[in-house]
Design a binder for this molecule. Structure first.
Ligand code: NAD
Length: 448
């Protein structure tokens, strides 16, 4: 069971479908936990458990993050043999829509979790992050081939809107009962080297589900009728991961004082301009954003590939691959960042509901709707982008990254316990971070 922290939930405007940002401050504990990084893992879990009002079951799941039950693994995928553990860290200092949140991030890459916490700290006093969401609608596509009269057929399909709505909704009474279900019909003609294809889009509000299975079922159920109405042949029936009806947005401002001066601000804006105008840079810029986004998507048991595909397709929606974020200077000189990306994540369905660690980690974030989770993930993406751009535009990425990377090198050279920190410190001091140097330092430490 998710244990939501009591907050005012987003309200859905009937007219626009837009969710309004939650601005009231809820009486929740603070995400500012100075010295969190100095605590032991057990102590950190204690702090998180207190923050999230976590029950004993989730507390134990987090304390013993061993492999999942083989029966569950066998149920989740085919030919199951084992699991691979990915560390989960907690990003602190995030304030999203007036509420302090602690966000679990599953990642194998050092610096990622620390960067989010540092970036969020620097905008905490200016209000943190404000977020919104375009809706929770997914698109399923039905591909029609060999339609003799595509334009005529397009209108014949559109005329069946009500019938199509009924077929879709009948597939998923649970979803309809929860306020979701069919929303819109679109029919596109796509010219290809093998002829004009008729592509039917059904738009479905999947509420708190990511929705792939839900909309795929509807597309498959509809396809025979559509083939009959048009005289064509249906082929693919599957959702689109370009979930542009499910765009999460976040914005924040950083004061010049908080980030270390106008030269830092201006360098960051120049870094952004580079990314937005050069796809070679944009790919890496957006990869940095996805460091944060995918880490939360994975920690919550959601589909990282679906979100990654959607994000990159969205970044290229103008015909040119661009930055998912924007950075500019406000009238009073602050640095203002925004991010927009499709975030098809759920609180039910897929692995979300059955993976015990994902359930426990979702309990820390304390959200009650998938939209709220998506909005927090967007905020994490923006914070991650701020951190990477600031490092790149000032001291360079290696300084912060390498001190953590040095610890991994120390580990792989065989360091244990307190040796790890000492070997890493000496590696960084010598500015030579490789396994050979680590082994040499380790041997010296051990008196060999
Ligand atoms: P699902 O079918 O397991 O669960 C969704 C269903 O849960 C809904 O259809 C509804 O009947 C029910 N439900 C209960 N409470 C709900 C609530 N509050 N809100 C909405 N629905 C509720 O899962 P899904 O979300 O349809 O599909 C997600 C899975 O599909 C993921 O595991 C994903 O990896 C996988 N998938 C992805 C792709 C892709 O991205 N291209 C393709 C196929 C499958």
């Amino acid at each position: 069971m998710i244990q939501p922290v009591p907050v005012t939930l987003p309200t859905m405007s009937e007219a626009t479908g837009e969710t309004a940002a939650v601005t009231e401050q809820a009486s929740t504990p603070t995400s500012r936990i100075p010295g969190f990084h100095k605590l032991s893992a057990e102590q950190r879990i204690d702090r998180i458990a207190a923050f999230a009002g976590m029950g004993q079951e989730h507390r134990e799941q987090l304390s013993a993050p061993s492999n999942i039950d083989p029966h569950l693994g066998d149920h989740m995928i085919e030919n199951f043999v084992t699991t691979i553990a990915i560390p989960v860290g907690i990003a602190t200092n995030l304030r999203v829509d007036g509420r302090d949140v602690l966000v679990p991030m599953a990642t194998e890459e050092s610096s990622v979790v620390a960067a989010v916490g540092n970036s969020a700290r620097q905008c905490y006093d200016s209000g943190g992050f404000t977020t919104s969401m375009s809706g929770t609608e997914m698109i399923a596509q039905i591909q029609l081939l060999d339609v003799p009269d595509p334009h005529h057929a397009r209108l014949r399909i559109l005329e069946r809107r009500d019938e199509i709505a009924q077929v879709c909704d009948a597939c998923d009474p649970v979803l309809v009962r929860l306020g979701g279900g069919f929303r819109e019909l679109d029919v596109r003609l796509v010219d290809t080297p093998t002829g004009t294809m008729v592509i039917v889009h059904i738009v479905v509000d999947t509420r708190d589900a990511m929705g792939a299975n839900a909309v795929n079922t509807m597309a498959e159920r509809l396809a025979p009728s559509i083939a009959r109405w048009t005289g064509g042949r249906t082929l693919l029936r599957i959702l689109s991961n370009l979930a542009d009806r499910r765009v999460a947005r976040a914005r924040a401002t950083w004061s010049v004082d908080a980030i270390g001066g106008t030269h830092v601000r201006d360098a960051m804006v120049a870094a952004y301009q580079f990314a937005d105008n050069d796809p070679y840079r944009a790919a890496t810029h957006n990869k940095g954003i996805m460091n944060g986004v995918s880490a939360v998507v994975l920690a919550t048991g959601n589909d990282t590939r679906a979100v990654e595909a959607g994000a990159h397709a969205y970044a290229a929606r103008t015909g040119r691959y661009r930055s998912l974020s924007t950075w500019e200077v406000t009238a009073d000189g602050a640095l203002a960042g925004t991010i927009e990306l499709p975030l098809a994540v759920g609180l039910v369905g897929g692995a979300v509901k059955i993976h015990p660690t994902a359930r426990a980690l979702l309990g820390i974030i304390g959200v009650s709707t998938a939209a709220e989770l998506a909005r927090i993930i967007a905020a994490v993406g923006l914070a991650q982008n701020f951190g990477a751009m600031k490092a790149l535009a000032t001291e360079g990425i290696q300084k912060g990254h390498m001190s953590l990377h040095a610890q991994n090198i120390a580990f792989s050279a065989g360091a244990t316990g307190e040796e790890v920190g000492e070997v890493a410190r000496r590696l960084v001091a010598d500015a030579t971070i490789n396994e050979e140097a680590a082994a040499r330092i380790l041997a010296t430490l051990r008196g060999r």
